[in-house]
Design a protein around this ligand. Structure first.
Ligand code: C2E
Ligand code: CA
Ligand code: CA
Ligand code: CA
Length: 279
């Protein structure tokens, strides 16, 4: 009986170990497999000049269509990839998808359009960073697009290095945006230390326009701060006409959001741009 008992027990322990291992390993394996099997794709969200309503560029957003789990949100898999050291292969994969879309993007976008790509701060500190960026740049047609890297302050610790990398990017003609401004802990210090080109006003602020009377003065302060720092402003998550008029009146430079367009797959983006330019 004791032999049987210990057998059952070791079997249970074995099964338990197996599951813990699987749970621990499988997301990582799933992500790498997803890259190999083409489960990732990109959606592009158009960005508009506030003053003229013309299309100014796009932001590329990564999507994961898992075969059994369905759509997995980037808010889940991006932080996971960052924590597990997979963000670099994933970002390289994103670059390669964008490269295959370049011929269509050229047709859809005006010359000089901004091609916005989200970068994880940890990528900036990686030894392969320059090579990764140079390989992407080599595939872009001449000066047709202006590359714009969007970076959040979360995880941005190696300040000296960040300064050097921002400098290097600027020398390559690449622009930099502070993403999700207003949500971090050190946003102001961030602005004080670095010379960056764009400030993206977090959608939480934009959302509150017209709902929360305390928002307008805060937004005003953010906008005038950006102006003083010679940064251009982008409002994200614009959903209503009321928000559009507020942002126009307050001279925010660019806008993006569902009010204009959701993020679109490349074919839908082309249709959107052709229709938009025709009207
Ligand atoms: P983000 O950079 O702030 O991107 C904007 C998010 O707002 C996107 O969510 C977009 O779909 C959503 N959005 C745009 N307009 C509206 C609107 O009018 N209303 C609302 N409610 N939402 C709007 P998404 O695509 O789920 O991405 C979430 C976050 O994941 C992004 O936030 C970004 O931080 C990260 N992310 C996405 N793709 C990539 C990527 O390729 N690399 C990296 N490092 N991060 C990425
Ligand atoms: Ca962004
Ligand atoms: Ca953002
Ligand atoms: Ca965000």
């Amino acid at each position: 009986l004791t032999v049987l008992g210990s057998l059952v027990l070791s079997l249970m322990v074995g099964v338990l170990c197996y599951y813990t291992l699987m749970l621990r390993q499988s997301p990582e394996r799933a992500l790498m497999r997803g890259i190999r099997h083409g489960e990732f794709f990109v959606e592009y969200q158009p960005v508009f000049h506030t003053a003229t309503s013309a299309i100014a560029g796009i932001e590329a957003l990564l999507r994961w269509q898992h075969p059994t789990e369905g759509r997995i949100s980037p808010d889940l898999f991006i932080p996971y990839a960052e924590d597990e050291g997979l963000i670099i292969p994933l970002t390289r994969h994103l670059f390669s998808i964008i490269i295959t879309d370049i011929p269509q993007l050229v047709q859809a976008m005006p010359r000089g359009a901004k091609l916005g790509i989200n970068l994880s701060p940890s990528h900036l500190n990686a030894p392969s960073f320059h090579d990764d960026v140079s390989q992407l740049r080599a595939k872009l047609p001449g000066d047709y697009f202006t590359l714009l890297f969007e970076i959040t302050e979360r995880g941005m610790v190696e300040e000296e290095n960040a300064l050097a990398e921002f400098d290097w990017l600027h020398r390559q003609g690449i622009e930099i945006a502070v993403d999700d401004f207003g949500t971090g802990h050190s946003a102001l210090i961030y602005l004080q230390r670095f010379t960056l080109d764009y400030l993206k006003i977090d959608r939480g602020f934009v959302n509150a326009i017209g709902q929360d009377t305390a928002t307008a003065p805060v937004l005003d302060a953010v906008i005038s701060l950006a102006k003083k720092l010679k940064m251009r402003t982008v409002a994200e998550g614009v959903e209503t006409a009321e928000q559009v008029s507020f942002l126009q009146e307050h001279h925010v430079d660019y806008m993006q959001g569902y009010y204009f367009s959701k993020p679109l797959r490349i074919k839908a983006l082309m249709e959107f741009c052709f229709d938009y330019q025709a009207t």
